[in-house]
Write a protein that binds this ligand. Structure first.
Ligand code: CTP
Length: 212
């Protein structure tokens, strides 16, 4: 089978030297690509800027912005049976990118932002993807309820919910603990462990779902 996996943060330019981004390390997405490859499958890894080596054997596509990630997903999703959206895509970008470095002037500066493309939300309606679709949900409250709602709204087969209120796991960490949210309100907790182990458990759950 061929997996398409997005990973890492995106960078949304403000001017030639500045950008908006987030703390995502890319580790979860890279670990998922490695686990898929390790299980004998193909992986297309579409990654925002991350300080990690491209996994051996992956088709690696480096992007910077949400728009570039959207375009890369649009052109590579055909032929993939499983798509996992682990990237921390910026939800907003500056409306205008200054051509020259912005000089400091007054005491305040206002940046106007606009929504980026919703990549996960486009996969079914715009790209016509009919394979197994996996999204992530970073939640600080009502973890399972919000993830279940996302599962239905984005037409996913699995949403991996991350409790970002817990210290030492998740964003920019080596470990994570997640709740797998499946159709029909079913859930499965994967307790705190290295992201590499978690990735193998997630790939296993996708390929060979645990009996209900
Ligand atoms: N995602 C995406 N494109 C975006 C934003 C998010 O593909 N522009 C994907 C992420 O890779 C992740 C999922 O959407 O798999 C969840 O992102 P999140 O920001 O948690 O959820 P939203 O649906 O944007 O909802 P909210 O901001 O209300 O939490």
């Amino acid at each position: 089978m061929r997996f398409l996996i997005t990973a890492g943060p995106t960078r949304e330019p403000i001017d030639p030297v500045r950008f908006l981004s987030n703390r995502s390390s890319g580790r979860m997405g890279y670990a998922l690509a490695e686990a898929a490859l390790g299980a004998g499958h193909e992986a297309v890894l579409i990654s925002g800027p991350a300080d990690l080596p491209a996994p051996d054997g992956a088709r690696f596509i480096a992007v910077e912005t949400a728009r570039q990630m959207f375009d890369a997903v649009a052109s590579h999703i055909t032929g993939c049976q499983i798509a996992i959206f682990a990237a921390a895509v910026a939800d907003y970008r500056p409306v205008a990118v200054a051509e020259q470095k912005i000089k400091k002037t007054g005491a305040r500066l206002t940046l106007e932002l606009e929504r980026t493309e919703d990549i996960l939300g486009s996969v079914r309606p715009k790209f016509g993807f009919s394979g197994f679709l996996v999204g992530f949900a970073a939640e600080s409250e009502n973890l399972v309820a919000n993830a279940q709602e996302k599962l239905v709204r984005k037409q996913c087969d699995l949403v991996i919910a991350n409790d970002i209120s817990q210290p030492g796991i998740g964003f920019d960490s080596l470990e994570n603990a997640v709740t797998l949210c499946l159709p029909g309100g079913r859930t499965r907790v994967l307790p705190r462990q290295p992201k590499t182990d978690l990735a193998r458990a997630i790939i296993e759950e996708i390929l060979h779902p645990a009996p209900q």
